[in-house]
Design a protein around this ligand. Structure first.
Ligand code: PHE
Length: 339
């Protein structure tokens, strides 16, 4: 029986040393120490031993059990390390493998130009105002002093949603909305989409962008309008840029003007960009009509203001010499990535 116990011990310790995983260790434990294990079987057979032999064999059996238990215990750490290394080997990452390239987009040229324009006006203390693209006839026309027979009100020029709701044809309704909800001094620009019934071609798109400007305060004069736009032109097109104000008509400004800048490409000599004239028209502007101030609850005897509106698409086309407005809306990355 003693030999049998010694044999169990030797075999068990050998198997423990060979174990490569926690599962294998557990199998060794069950095989020798489990209820149906080999050591347990030997202990059960002790009944057949003599009185003298029993305690001696019992002691040896205990020592064997302890030896196996200790060996199992101290094997755990090693086996865990083996398991961890095996896992690491399987999960290794080859950092030299080429990665999956992520296609990322590009800022749209209109946003690039818009951010530049915003930056210039914010530097002059303007805030950004916003208004809805689906607008009422009241804000788009009536409040802006547009007479009932004004051609832009025509069904052929404007997308009507219903009799009194439309897609705004200009950003000027934001003037009215801004004056209604805030008191002077007011200094805002309002960029956004506008819509007109136009057949798309190189210079027309039924959807386009404007940037509206509005300043209302005491003692605002045409000189402030000229100074503001002249500074803008110099910052945006270059320090040598000159501005020219030509008399014009808008229902919501009086007096009104169209504003030209000297051609930034040829400095006024005449070239392809300015079509030989040396000047480029960039916006409409004027002093806010007293009727518009009144509609918004601002006393025209106390306050005055100026407004302007420029076409963002047109300005971006001029600056980057893009010859077709439709390119902005086709989302061709080969075009967009150039800016
Ligand atoms: N809303 C005018 C247009 O679309 C431009 C404009 C804005 C003119 C503000 C004067 C003042 O043509």
């Amino acid at each position: 029986m003693r030999e049998k116990l010694e044999q169990i011990k030797t075999l068990a310790l050998e198997e423990i040393v060979k174990a490569q995983s926690m599962q294998e260790l557990e199998q060794v434990r069950i095989k020798y120490l489990g209820k149906k294990g080999e050591l347990t079987a030997v202990l059960r057979g002790m009944g057949g031993l003599s009185q003298e032999e029993r305690p001696i064999v019992g002691q040896i059996a205990n020592e064997v059990r302890e030896a196996i238990e200790n060996s199992l215990g101290s094997a755990v750490e090693g086996v865990k390390a083996i398991e961890k290394n095996a896992r690491l080997a399987v999960e290794t990452i080859d950092v030299t493998m080429p990665g999956k390239s992520q296609e990322i987009g590009h800022r749209h040229p209109l946003n690039v130009v818009l951010d530049e324009i915003k930056g210039i006006f914010m530097g002059m203390g303007f805030k950004i105002a916003e208004g809805p693209e689906v607008e009422t006839v009241f804000y788009n026309f009536d409040a802006l002093n547009a007479p009932q027979n004004h051609p832009s009100r025509d069904l052929s020029d404007t997308f009507y949603i219903s009799e009194d709701i439309l897609l705004r044809t200009q950003t000027s309704p934001v003037q009215v909305r801004t004056m209604e909800r805030s008191k002077p001094p007011i200094r805002v620009i309002s960029p956004g989409r506008c819509f007109r019934r136009d057949t798309p071609d190189a210079t027309h798109s039924p959807m386009f962008h404007q940037i509206e400007g509005l300043v209302v305060d005491k003692n605002i004069t045409m000189a402030d309008l000229k100074g503001t736009l002249d500074l803008f032109a110099k910052q945006f097109f270059g320090v040598g840029t000159k501005t020219k104000f030509r008399p014009h008509y808008f229902p919501f400004t009086e007096p009104s003007a169209e504003v030209d800048v000297s051609c930034f490409k040829c400095q006024g000599a005449g070239c392809r960009v300015c079509k030989g004239s040396g000047w480029i028209e960039i916006l409409g502007a004027g002093m806010v009509h007293p009727n518009v101030l009144k509609v918004c609850g601002i006393d025209p005897e106390v306050y005055s203001g100026f407004a302007f509106g420029m076409g963002l698409d047109r300005i971006a086309m001029l600056k980057h010499e893009i010859d077709d407005i439709r390119l902005f809306f086709e989302n061709d990355m080969r075009f967009i990535k150039q800016f």
